[in-house]
Ligand binder design. Structure first.
Ligand code: ASP
Ligand code: MG
Length: 416
């Protein structure tokens, strides 16, 4: 098989840990697999470099910042390749530009355009392990670029797509994706298989395990990802682009569950704008300045108009609340709406599951569970595979547990 393995900062945290990573790579190689390893900088290194730069400059998107940050991964690939050679495994390290991970020129959050897999195939054909620096690429003009924080996941998934790997294994210090945050709900259970689209909706659960952009890429390019622990052979969660991807794999888990996980986002502020004159274009006029300011508006609810006026509620990230308030204050005289109220002690709790599409009554079950627990729901919004409820933040943890219980997510085969 052709396998891409990605090891993150914590797996590369010390010389001893790099030794453990090398052992694992060597074992995979000894089984006869062709292995491409993508690595992150050693734990804390990227933060250290960012701080260093911050003492001399406050331009986060500068070309030179990318030159600086890319050094973290350069250290990692060299150390890992050395450790592999020490174990008798022929290994060769590559920087982003050497495998030509071609990106656009947006420093700090570049997008991958193409990968020239030829040098990788040459090494694999010779039986060598290929070690590639994550998080970095090169633009048309030869400038070093970086892909945004956590970007090594994206490098790994893109590499897997480029060499048509059978699997892309993402190693970290947790052994997979959980039905909810185990710190909030002790009954959280590791999920065996989850679809990319569910994973994207559950981003707040998976953010630490998997960078959202890498999941988008996997969905688009049909890459199967397996999240595993570096330090534990068992476990693991598959994140799959669609139900038919892995031949011979029992997809019952994917097909059978109605709800796959419960996510919560405490970085939420709720706005309510009252007495908005209800005329065509009113909502557009209200949200235009927020969009111009790149404010990420989420749950949006409008009440049915009464006496020509309606009320609109929506959420934004807490950090955007002040700016949103200023923009609305500026807009009020010209649009003629009433009071604006803000509550930043709220959280958004969501249940996610692809099975909701074909199963009625899921929302009702969630609402009943919340009601029985005495949790009032301030706003509700639904998509095909997600139901989000905005609640007072003091209920967040209770809401997560209640919903986890209501769909029996603690049980294998739960979520029905
Ligand atoms: N080293 C980079 C970071 O800390 C990339 C990564 O770890 O994926 O964000
Ligand atoms: Mg990471």
């Amino acid at each position: 098989m052709r396998i891409v393995q990605k090891y993150g900062g914590s797996s590369m945290g010390s010389v001893e840990r790099i030794g453990l990573v090398a052992d694992r790579v060597a074992r995979t190689h000894a089984l006869g697999h062709a292995v491409v390893v993508v690595v992150s900088a050693m734990q804390g290194e990227t933060d250290r470099l960012i701080k260093l730069a911050g003492r001399l400059s406050d331009r986060p998107r500068d070309r030179e910042i990318d030159v600086l940050l890319a050094t973290g991964e350069q250290v990692s690939i060299a150390l890992l390749a050395l450790a592999l050679r020490e174990r008798g495994v022929e290994a060769r390290s590559f920087l982003g530009h050497q495998v030509r991970i071609l990106t656009d020129s947006i420093h700090g959050s570049a997008r991958i355009q193409t990968i020239d897999a030829a040098p990788v195939h040459d090494c694999l054909d010779k039986g060598e392990v290929v070690v590639v620096a994550g998080f970095q690429g090169v633009d048309q003009d030869g400038n070093i670029t970086t892909l945004g924080r956590g970007g090594s996941d994206l490098s790994a998934v893109a590499m897997a797509a480029a060499i048509k790997a059978d699997a892309c294994e993402i190693y970290s210090d947790v052994d997979g994706i959980y039905t909810t945050d185990p710190n909030i709900c002790a009954k959280a259970r590791r999920i065996d298989r989850i679809s990319c689209e569910e994973m994207l909706e559950l981003a707040s659960l998976g953010a630490k395990v998997l960078q959202a952009r890498s999941v988008e890429f996997a969905l688009k390019h049909k890459v199967a990802i397996c999240c595993k622990s570096t330090f534990d052979e068992s476990g693991g969660s598959w994140v799959l682009p669609d139900a038919g991807t892995l031949e011979g794999m029992d997809m019952a888990g994917l097909e059978g569950a109605v709800v796959t996980g419960v996510a919560c986002d405490r970085n939420t502020a709720r706005f309510s704008v009252s007495d908005i004159p209800n005329r065509p274009g009113a909502a557009a006029a209200l949200f235009q300045p927020l969009a111009d300011d790149a404010i990420n508006v989420d749950v949006i609810i409008q009440t049915a108009p009464r006496d020509g006026r309606c009320e609109l509620s929506f959420t934004v990230p807490k950090g955007s609340a002040l700016r949103t308030r200023q923009l609305l204050d500026r807009l009020r005289p010209q649009m003629g709406f009433g009071a604006v109220t803000i509550d930043d002690n709220v959280a958004k709790v969501s249940i996610v599951g692809a099975g909701m599409r074909s199963q009625p009554g899921v929302a009702l079950r969630a609402f009943q569970a919340m009601g029985q627990a005495g949790i009032d729901i301030q706003l509700i919004s639904t998509s095909e595979i997600k139901i989000s409820m905005v609640v007072d933040d003091r209920f967040t943890e209770a809401a997560v547990r209640v919903l986890h219980d209501a769909f029996a997510l603690d049980r294998a085969g739960g979520g029905r």
